[in-house]
Design a protein around this ligand. Structure first.
Ligand SMILES: NC(=O)c1ccc[n+]([C@@H]2O[C@H](COP(=O)([O-])OP(=O)(O)OC[C@H]3O[C@@H](n4cnc5c(N)ncnc54)[C@H](O)[C@@H]3O)[C@@H](O)[C@H]2O)c1
Length: 425
């Protein structure tokens, strides 16, 4: 099979730009059967100095401080947009008008006005290239299995869900102001965008929502405090975005989509709205048998002390439930309510499905299907220890002399297994 390599340009090279560069570089190992892959040939950031650093790290041919050098370049096929939220729009429009394939960070754009304009440009240009928002959470094997279970009706009619994304980064009032504290950078756009995408993908977008947001630090220092300085010693800049949001949801915007995937065989029967005692109906949001009667809670916060990157998801249906936690992302938990309880519990209960790296083609073969999500990271750390030793002559792991002690022990253990006798290590 002939493989095609497209020229890709990276706009923005902060935390996530590096992730896009890394993913592009390693894709041929993870998905050897893909007939098309990319190669980063140009990088644009806001300053030439950072663009040059990015060029050095990525091996890109060109470095720019103006994204238009990428979107205007006819030799570039793919544009990655990895700039702060407020900067997506202009690069997006330029890339669409230049008819590039586009892989854009979330949120796609950062205001209603931008969304309206983007729709207009998509219609005007008839843009039909490949375009995707980097909602990487859909890439977890465990969540892809969740989608399969829901679509196969294994959870029955979905009745309730809870999704949460918990960070702690806004608790420290001395953390300096950055774009995440500006109007277009808040927690709704930053974290709830991920959650709503998951809700849309797995359940369906809600028909209605009621949100409450909060902000605990209305102004932040314009720079990091030096030793001995207090907050009052440094100029402050107002914070214009929320730290946290809790959203109650009800119904489904597109009920038809979900009705299609309900199985006809029901585990339990529910009374219809007409059969219910009217005095209790004020508690129901809709007909209990209406597939759109689902309610949910979507919570995104950067005020949860101790939280790292904690996303949790629970979806309950009439036939079963699923649970997922990003901090334990190897597994999807599944409760099948159709399995009856038996003596001492029988087979009923929560099952942990190991997703690991079990991806079907074209993403297969690498790494081993049973690999945990952090397994390859440990290999990178191991190789880094090796190169650190080359750089400064130190030893940062098991060198050959250390490893030979293990080798001797292995030999002795092999002898013990043969002779069935105690051996000295
Ligand atoms: N999918 C995820 O998991 C995830 C995680 C973090 C961030 N993000 C998203 O990625 C985007 C970037 O976040 P980040 O944390 O990497 O930000 P960052 O501040 O670390 O980096 C931003 C980069 O954009 C460059 N930049 C700024 N304005 C520019 C312009 N006009 N033209 C060209 N380059 C410009 C900066 O020089 C820098 O290289 C945001 O939209 C954010 O929401 C997504």
């Amino acid at each position: 099979m002939e493989k095609k390599t497209l020229n890709a340009g990276l706009v923005g090279y902060g935390m996530i730009g590096k992730v896009h560069a890394y993913s592009t570089a390693v894709l041929p190992w993870y998905a050897p059967e893909l007939p098309v892959v990319g190669r980063i040939v140009a990088v644009a950031t806001s300053r030439m100095e950072t663009a040059r650093r990015a060029q050095e790290q990525t091996g890109a041919r060109d470095a720019y401080d103006d994204y238009r050098r990428i979107t205007d370049d006819p030799a570039i096929d793919v544009v990655h947009i990895c700039t702060p939220n407020a900067e997506h729009f202009h690069a997006l429009i330029a890339a669409i008008r230049a008819n590039k394939h586009i892989y854009c960070e979330k949120p796609l754009v950062a205001s209603r006005e931008e969304a309206r304009e983007l729709r207009k440009v998509l219609d005007e240009t008839g843009y039909s290239r490949s375009c995707l928002v980097a909602h990487h959470l859909r890439g977890f094997a465990a969540l892809r299995r969740a989608k399969e279970l829901i679509d196969a009706g294994r959870l029955g009619r979905l009745v309730q869900y809870r999704v949460g994304y918990y960070h702690s980064s806004m608790l420290d009032p001395t953390a300096p102001w950055r774009w995440k504290h500006d109007v277009k950078g808040g927690t709704i756009f930053d974290l709830a965008s991920h959650l709503l995408d998951l809700v849309d993908w797995l359940v369906g977008l809600p028909a209605e929502a009621l949100a409450q947001s909060s902000l605990i630090t209305p102004a932040r220092p314009t720079r990091r405090l030096r030793a001995g300085e207090n907050l009052a010693d440094v100029p402050a800049q107002p914070v214009l975005a929320e730290d946290a949001v809790t959203i109650m949801t009800r119904g489904l915007k597109d009920a038809a989509r979900v009705v299609e995937r309900r199985p006809s065989d029901k585990l339990w029967e529910y009374p219809t709205r007409e059969e219910c005692d009217p005095k209790h109906m004020s508690l129901a949001v809709a007909d209990p048998n209406d597939p759109a009667a689902i309610t949910g809670v979507v919570e995104a916060t950067k005020l949860m002390n101790g939280a790292e990157d904690e996303l949790v998801l629970e979806i309950s249906g009439t036939r079963g439930s699923i649970r997922f936690s990003l901090m334990n992302s190897h597994y999807l938990e599944f409760f099948d309510a159709t399995v009856p309880h038996g003596d001492y519990g029988g087979d009923a209960g929560w099952k942990k499905i190991p997703g690991g790296a079990r991806y079907p083609a074209p993403e297969c073969d690498f790494p081993s299907p049973k690999s945990t999500t952090g397994w390859l990271r440990a290999h990178v750390a191991s190789l880094a220890a090796f190169y650190r030793g080359i750089a400064d002559g130190g030893v940062y792991g098991a060198d050959f002399r250390q490893a030979l002690k293990i080798q001797d022990a292995l030999g002795a253990i092999s002898d013990s297994a043969k002779t069935r006798s105690w051996v000295a290590l």
